[in-house]
Design a binder for this molecule. Structure first.
Ligand code: ASP
Length: 308
């Protein structure tokens, strides 16, 4: 039986100094909650899905992060969120994009994976599907935060850079059956045009999970990650013999060199090996493994090595 693990990220970019502690505490909490769920479910089918959901729900509810409550605003001061999930056992995936004022996009992405024939639903159609399934908590008051409002006002007035903001979220879980689930959720990028979709809900770019390749999540400037189909590329390189940590580092450095964009990846191999790299000022992350104390940090760029 495989020893389970949950690897979480809290976004690649620049974390405001007053949110460093919250980012570390939030990612550690999420990884612990995910692992707790994994252990509770033992060798049940799709324990990895439940664990990833538990971790990401905790991050979506945490106002320190750019997902759910705490999501950033579009150029019109609205909230449009994206999420994507994939499980390795049958390569089923589900994603939602550009959904207004949704506090738990991870649950809706999961519903698309488990309860529809489709892989990606957007906008009003996603909302209608959510209502039909009885899934999703909607409302501006559920996603609005003072942090997001302040950033929006400052960015609009040109008082702060809108680039390289961190704090999108994601989790990869490996369960006792050896199955993997990758799940990411985001408000996207600050001042994005209405309707803009990044890498997070795009299979292969922002997320991927496969029984022989492993699972990966991307974070940072979505357009740069999409151009390289980041997660799939990382896992193919790892499986070709590069190793998961080296593949994550290589790809981050290449994308950053070619585009100048802040990017990061986390990845887990089918054997439980983990990789994490970023080319950005910061990235918060946490790793919870069965029988081992949770580790986590907010690391400073460009490309730290992953312990354990
Ligand atoms: N990748 C996300 C996007 O482009 C944002 C992020 O990870 O910070 O929408």
């Amino acid at each position: 039986m495989t020893a389970g693990l949950v690897l979480v990220h809290g976004g690649a970019g620049t974390n405001a100094a007053d949110l460093h502690e919250a980012a570390v505490a939030g990612t550690r909490r999420a990884a612990s909650l995910g692992l707790g769920r994994l252990i509770e479910l033992g060798d049940r089918e799709d324990a990895c899905v439940e664990a990833a959901i538990a971790a990401v729900r905790s991050l979506e509810d945490d106002p320190a992060f750019n997902a759910g409550r705490g999501a950033c605003m579009t150029s019109l001061g609205q909230f449009e969120v994206d999420a994507g999930i994939m499980r390795s056992r049958d390569r089923q995936s589900g994603a939602v994009a550009s959904v207004h004022e949704l506090a738990d996009a991870c649950e809706l992405a999961r519903a698309v994976m488990e309860r529809s024939k489709h892989a990606l639903l957007v906008g009003d159609g996603a909302r209608r599907f959510a209502e039909a399934c009885g899934v999703g908590r909607f409302g501006r008051e559920l996603v609005w935060t003072e942090k997001a409002e302040q950033r929006y006002e400052q960015a609009r007035l040109g008082q702060t850079s809108i680039d390289n903001r961190a704090d999108t979220v994601g989790a990869i879980a490996l369960d006792r059956r050896g199955q993997l689930c990758a799940l990411g959720s985001t408000g996207g990028v600050l001042l994005k045009l209405p309707g803009r979709v990044g890498d997070t809900p795009l299979i292969g770019a922002g997320f991927y999970a496969d029984a022989t390749l492993g699972a990966a999540l991307g974070t940072g400037v979505g357009e740069a990650i999409m151009g390289r189909v980041g997660c799939y590329e990382l896992l193919r390189r790892a499986a070709a013999g590069v190793g998961i940590q080296a593949a994550a580092e290589q790809l981050c450095q290449e994308i950053h060199r070619d585009t100048g964009a802040a990017v990061g990846f986390i990845a887990v191999g089918p054997d439980g090996s983990v990789g994490m790299a970023h080319c950005s000022a910061h990235m918060s992350w946490a790793l919870a493994r069965e029988g081992v104390e949770v580790v986590g940090a907010l690391t400073v760029g460009p490309a730290p090595s992953m312990p354990g």
